[in-house]
Design a protein around this ligand. Structure first.
Ligand code: C2O
Ligand code: CU
Ligand code: CU
Length: 500
């Protein structure tokens, strides 16, 4: 898929060599024919698609109203039509955008012919609006969550969360970005023209099987590790750059693959934001690792006329025994940036970005331990009718997380943005100085996370916390917490909450 004639020729030559050398030529040829040559290089034959901004209307109550419709379709990634699912289109969904303070309402219509949900990943909102497994949208129905956006400017996203089936729904194409703006802490010197110098990059790995996406099975207990990289639903993409600096909003919307983003020439760039918002100050770096669901905002400086490739190097998974079987040895080209011969000037990235008030872990009303093990958390599998933690509203908690499994895992917590207080007692690196909702947890070190459960309580409706490797999540590596009023008990879970 997505191969140009030149790389096809190269692939043939490589396969031929392998054959003559007594290797398994057929396998080689098959692997080569997935747009990845021996070094993961591709020819960038397709123009990068940019998800459109979703149009919004204002209703009588002044709410910003968006419409999403999930349905099957056929999408051309760049090499012919493939059966996919999408929102308002055949693959992925439009970018929703709202400001802090806006009341939003989203009409989510389900025309998939099966139950789904829609979860607002990274959003601080009431549990009944969260779109987890307790808010199913039945076929043909419309779910209408509404909430007030109240959090810092950030790159969030949305995706289904149906019980036991999240991996397939996301893999087939149901995902989109949700950009939050915060006028009170705006940093006007950061590139901010959507689609021009502020570019969403939804990075995923797929395995194509003719006109279908191959879904199913599991490699080394990790679920899908696709052989081909797509960005915004485009194979082998290139992006024409017209400004001296660009902001890339990177979202790892893959099921299991971890990326270590870097550039082909090793250049440095500024990491300016993580999952839940901008960092206090830009972090100059030449690599950024993202586990599934994590986001990073980076600003890259370009020279007129140059071409540079965004790549993924083998990620440092910290899983010595099985690392190379779970993507730890894989390298890929992701996107080629092609700068115009004249570039519109853009200001330098300011030395200070935003205030990130530190949560004081000594304020913790409660400390909890979470041990990530094979397909479970603290030895328990997800149970829709069990509450694993009851949290009091407006308190701070410290969650200590370890991976005692040997496999790659991550922890994602709904409703909140947390701060990484320490890793094995040591201060976290600068790139973890901001707001996070998902953190990669390699086997070994203990991650101490501090979070405040503000504003909303609902003793009957839980939020989720889970590994965001979607196969693990579906296998039951998930738990539930409720936020209650001080002194209140957890209620009875309302898991027949009908939508529509
Ligand atoms: Cu991105 Cu519980 O999800
Ligand atoms: Cu989430
Ligand atoms: Cu996991």
């Amino acid at each position: 898929m997505g191969l140009s004639r030149r790389s096809l020729l190269f692939a043939g030559a490589a396969a031929g060599l392998a054959c003559c050398a007594g290797g398994s030529g057929l396998t080689w040829l098959f692997l080569r024919a997935t747009a990845i040559d021996t070094r993961g290089r591709v020819d960038f034959v397709n123009k990068l698609a940019i998800p459109p901004l979703a149009p919004a209307t204002r209703d009588a109550e002044g709410r910003l109203v968006f419409d999403l419709r999930a349905a099957p379709g056929h999408h051309d990634f760049g090499d012919g039509p493939v059966d996919t699912w999408g929102l308002n289109g055949p693959y992925l969904g439009p970018t929703l955008r709202a400001r802090r303070g806006d009341h939003v309402l989203v009409n989510v219509k389900n025309d998939l012919g099966r139950v789904t949900t829609m979860h607002w990943h990274g959003m601080h909102l009431p549990a009944a609006m969260d779109g987890g497994p307790h808010q199913p949208i039945r076929p043909g129905r419309t779910w209408q969550p509404t909430w007030r956006v109240n959090q810092p400017a950030a790159t969030l996203w949305y995706h289904p969360h149906p019980h036991g089936a999240t991996a397939e729904h996301v893999y087939r194409g149901l995902a989109g970005m949700f950009i939050v703006d915060d006028p009170s802490t705006d940093v006007p010197d950061l590139p901010h023209e959507y689609g021009v110098d502020d570019i969403p990059l939804i990075v995923q790995d797929k395995t194509f099987d003719g006109g279908r996406l191959a879904f199913g099975g599991s490699m080394m207990g990790m679920g899908i590790l696709g052989r081909t990289i797509v960005v915004n639903g485009t194979l082998a993409p290139h992006l024409d750059v017209t400004t001296q600096r660009i902001r890339l909003r990177l979202l790892n919307a893959s099921n299991a693959r971890v990326y270590e983003f870097t550039f082909s020439d090793g250049r440095f760039f500024d990491l300016v934001g993580t999952d839940g918002g901008l960092l206090p100050a830009p972090v100059p770096t030449n690599r950024v690792m993202l586990a599934p669901a994590e986001r990073a905002e980076i600003v890259v400086t370009m020279q007129p006329g140059e071409r540079v490739v965004l790549r993924s190097d083998p990620p440092r998974l910290g899983t010595p025994v099985i690392g190379r079987f779970v993507g730890g040895a894989d390298a890929f080209d992701v996107l080629e940036l092609r700068a115009a011969t004249t570039l519109a000037p853009r200001p330098e990235v300011p030395a200070r970005l935003v205030e990130v008030p530190r949560i004081d872990p000594s304020d913790a009303a409660k400390r909890r331990m979470f041990r990530l093990t094979d397909q479970s958390i603290n030895g328990k599998h997800m149970d829709m009718s069990r509450i694993d933690a009851t949290v009091e509203r407006d308190t701070v908690e410290v969650w200590r997380v370890t991976n005692s499994d040997g496999k790659p895992h991550s922890l994602h917590v709904h409703d909140v943005q947390f701060q990484v207080v320490s890793i094995d007692g040591r201060q976290p690196p600068a790139h973890l100085a901001g707001w996070k909702d998902t953190v990669y947890v390699p086997p070994g070190p203990e991650y101490e996370l501090a979070m405040r459960f503000a504003d909303y309580s609902d003793p009957d409706t839980p939020y989720m916390f889970h590994c965001h490797m979607l196969y693990h999540e579906d296998q039951g590596m998930m738990g539930q917490f409720v936020v209650v009023e001080p002194g209140q008990q957890a209620g009875r879970i309302n898991h027949h909450h009908h939508a529509g």
